[in-house]
Design a protein around this ligand. Structure first.
Ligand code: SF4
Length: 350
């Protein structure tokens, strides 16, 4: 049960310094509290041993450090991928996924309950939008996963439920927390924010000085097809988004990841490979090929129900063509599809 108190988790170091000022505490207390909250991941103010007893009591009386309750977890049959289901203090449910892969363990975090965008291949989109998560709730998915795995998480992708750039301030605040030198756990180099393409916010993120990695859900190099797959393309066109990600790559010195879910007959044709090759030559990037995961658990209708996966052989041919043109391509495997934890499958049935 999450206590009915003010939530402390999610404050950035600057905000904690302001809080210390307001409470007539020296500024170094902010560093200490920050360190306990985000490095040692304590869940109780009484564990903050270098704070005075009085301060610990005051904090415990007024605030809570816990924003999410872990209510369930499911492991896939191969026991690799694990889906975590949390309840927020507003009684909503969200999901995160732990994905071990060779030398790293990636945590996929959610930024919204549901999602207002309606990407046709995505289960989260089908459940609609409920609310934005707070910066504390975004961070706490990481804190729970670290505790559960014994600090094994090495990478984070903002690729779970929701569009991170539509919850811009809280996404930014959570990145600021990870960016602080005091947070030893994960650096921004190991964090990827994935967006469906909110061009003005990509520019804003580029100018923030936070150099996380960025992934764009591309899925087609053609405006008309992309608009069919991702209606948000009607608002922020592919052209606008490509200009924005190019700017992002220049500003941050990072390579953009283009996410590309393989849909039979829609984006797996010869002209699609050609367009992808030409795009990859223009923007410092790599391509992440994603086999389409079934949405049957959501009973899709309309265009969503018509989507079919590209066959394995055809994906291999597609990838070979890209690689023969010296494009860096990763093919994501479909880990976790047996527990609806694979890419595009996260959704809670209300
Ligand atoms: S793919 Fe991402 S942005 Fe699109 S509907 Fe799903 S969660 Fe939202």
């Amino acid at each position: 049960m999450i206590e009915n108190k003010k939530i402390f988790k999610g404050l950035t170091l600057d905000e904690l310094k302001v809080w210390c000022d307001e409470n007539k505490l020296p500024k170094f207390r902010a560093d200490q509290i920050f360190n306990w909250m985000y490095n040692y991941l304590v869940t109780d103010f009484n564990e903050m041993l270098n704070l005075s007893k009085d301060l610990r009591n005051k904090l415990s009386e007024e605030y809570t450090l816990n924003t999410l309750e872990l209510i369930d977890s499911k492991s896939s049959d191969n026991n690799k991928t694990k889906k975590l289901i949390f309840k927020t203090s507003s009684e909503h449910f969200i999901e995160s996924v732990i994905i071990p892969d060779q030398n790293r363990v990636t945590l996929c975090v959610s930024t919204q309950v549901g999602c207002p965008l309606d990407c046709q291949f995505c289960a989260t989109g089908l459940m609609g939008y409920k609310k934005n998560l707070t910066s504390g709730e975004i961070f706490d998915q990481y804190a729970h996963a670290q505790r559960l795995t014994g600090n094994e998480i090495t990478n984070i992708v903002y690729m779970g439920m929701g569009e991170p750039l539509l919850n811009f301030n809280n996404t930014l605040k959570s990145l600021e927390i990870f960016a602080e030198k005091v947070t030893e756990g994960i650096s921004l180099k190991k964090i990827t924010v994935s967006t469906a393409g909110i061009a003005p916010k990509i520019l804003e993120l580029a100018k923030s000085g936070l150099k996380s990695k960025l992934a764009l859900s591309l899925h087609s190099c053609f405006e008309d097809i992309r608009s069919k797959i991702m209606p948000i393309n009607n608002k922020y066109s592919l052209k606008e988004n490509l200009n924005a990600v190019n700017f992002y790559a220049e500003q941050t010195g990072t390579r953009i990841t283009f996410e590309y879910v393989m849909l039979k007959g829609l984006n797996d044709r010869k002209e699609d490979v050609k367009a992808l090759i030409s795009l990859s030559k223009r923007i410092p990037s790599k391509i992440n090929i994603i086999p389409f995961n079934s949405l049957e658990h959501m009973n899709p209708s309309g265009f969503s129900a018509e989507l079919k996966p590209t066959s394995k052989t055809k994906i291999e041919e597609f990838v070979d063509r890209l690689r023969n043109s010296n494009i860096t391509v990763l093919v994501r495997d479909t880990q976790g599809d047996d527990i609806a934890a694979a890419c595009g499958q996260l959704a809670i049935k209300y």
